[in-house]
Design a protein around this ligand. Structure first.
Ligand code: GDD
Ligand code: MG
Length: 365
């Protein structure tokens, strides 16, 4: 029986306020919670038992899957305090059923990837490896774990989040998907917090364990930042990235209960959630519009997320913004890029501008 662990205990701080009430893997991406896309991929790869390593808002995972009826056994390994990525793997390992030599798939809970999981498992078995890491190449590796390999793919070292240019010895990074021989993950210390990246991988490499990289050029994105999150969702809708749960490629994914004015344009792989209302002349481009959101006439929303029950006022312009649930952006605002609005906050009409277009002073001098 093929088993897998998904690491889903992180707080998702870079995606606040979206993650204030919802763990990152349960955020809606292209019409389904992100973890459901991952589960569909695991089922396609023949996985029959998955263990969720949970911590932050752990109970919400059991709620999400309480009615799950597909042919997959789901177990929950709940950490009372976060154990770090290595401690989480070890803790979840207690719920596995396979023999010590069996390969276990392990996924970070925020990676959208086109990699063939059966291919990684086959590479692992073919080499009788202790650990096989999926690796990918990125333009800027600083936010990731660097993993140089030799000509045979054997891992030479593991350097998590390099700080200096001199440390950036390769553009080949840990793609957050591993196969561990079960006995190797059982040997991770179980009595304290452990980082698999900072401690376990360097220790295994130094000890001469058979740690190999499996480098591919498939679609790959970590959805941990707001911009990556909206781009990943748009890529699923337009077909650049694939999930068994997403309908055929389209310009937008619009929930049947949403109301879109005929003069509005929804494009670039945007998603519009249930009961959202999109007014006349609105432009929604590569954005995620949550349930019951209202976007008023002439507003423009680019590469942004408007969480459920928020309001974007008439003619307001958003770029790379995150609007928390129940927040209200009044009319004629122009939000600076990368702004995050807390849940429930209100910006009055004409409250924020970034361009030089003057707004008349309402006070009497
Ligand atoms: N259960 C549990 N407990 N899960 C955790 C914990 C914990 O204490 N800490 C983090 N996680 C989960 C997160 O929920 C996420 O799914 C995964 O572990 C990785 O954490 P991130 O916070 O997303 O890490 P990152 O993106 O900065 O870096 C990791 O991913 C990169 C690839 O995107 C590292 O593995 C890097 O080496 C890698 O390159
Ligand atoms: Mg991440």
């Amino acid at each position: 029986m093929q088993e897998a662990i998904i690491l889903v205990g992180g707080k998702g701080t870079r995606l606040r306020p979206l993650t204030n009430h919802t763990p990152k893997p349960l955020l809606n991406v292209a019409g389904s919670s992100f973890i459901r896309h991952q589960i569909a991929k695991l089922i396609d790869a023949g996985v029959e038992h998955v263990v969720f390593a949970t911590s932050y808002l752990a109970g919400l995972f059991e709620e999400e899957f309480q009615d799950f009826s597909q042919d997959l056994r789901i177990s929950y390994a709940v950490e009372k305090v976060p154990l770090g990525t290595g401690g989480a793997i070890r803790n979840a390992g207690r719920l596995l059923r396979g023999a010590p030599d069996e390969p276990v798939l392990i996924l970070n809970g925020d990676i959208l990837s086109g990699v063939d999981l059966r291919g990684i498992l086959a590479a692992h078995r073919g080499r009788d490896a202790d650990v096989t890491l999926h690796l990918t190449r990125v333009a800027d590796p600083r936010a990731f774990g660097l993993v140089p390999t030799d000509d045979d793919g054997r891992v030479l070292s593991f350097l998590e989040k390099p700080k200096t240019a001199a440390e950036c010895v390769t553009d080949q990074i840990n793609a957050g998907c591993y196969v561990f021989r079960r006995s190797v993950l059982d040997a991770i210390p179980g009595d304290r917090e452990v980082s698999v990246e900072q401690e376990t991988f360097p220790r295994l490499v130094a000890a001469g364990a058979l740690v190999y990289g499996h480098t591919t050029a498939d679609y790959w994105r970590d959805l941990g930042t707001p911009l990556a999150f909206v781009h990943g969702s748009a890529d699923l809708v337009t077909g650049r990235a694939r999930s068994p749960l997403v309908p055929p490629p389209a310009e937008a994914l619009i929930h049947p209960t949403a109301r879109i004015d005929p003069s509005a344009r929804v494009l670039g792989g945007s998603c519009v959630g249930p009961h959202a209302v999109i007014g006349p002349d609105v432009v929604i481009d590569r954005a995620i519009i949550g349930a019951r959101v209202t976007v008023e006439s002439g507003a423009r929303v680019h590469e942004s997320v408007a969480d459920h029950d928020s309001v974007i006022g008439a003619r307001s312009v958003l770029r790379e913004a995150v609007v928390g649930c129940h927040a209200e952006v009044g009319a004629d605002n122009e939000l600076p890029a990368q702004l995050r609005l807390s849940c429930g906050i209100r910006i009055p009409a004409q409250g924020v501008r970034v361009s030089g277009t003057a707004v008349a002073c309402p006070t009497v001098h």
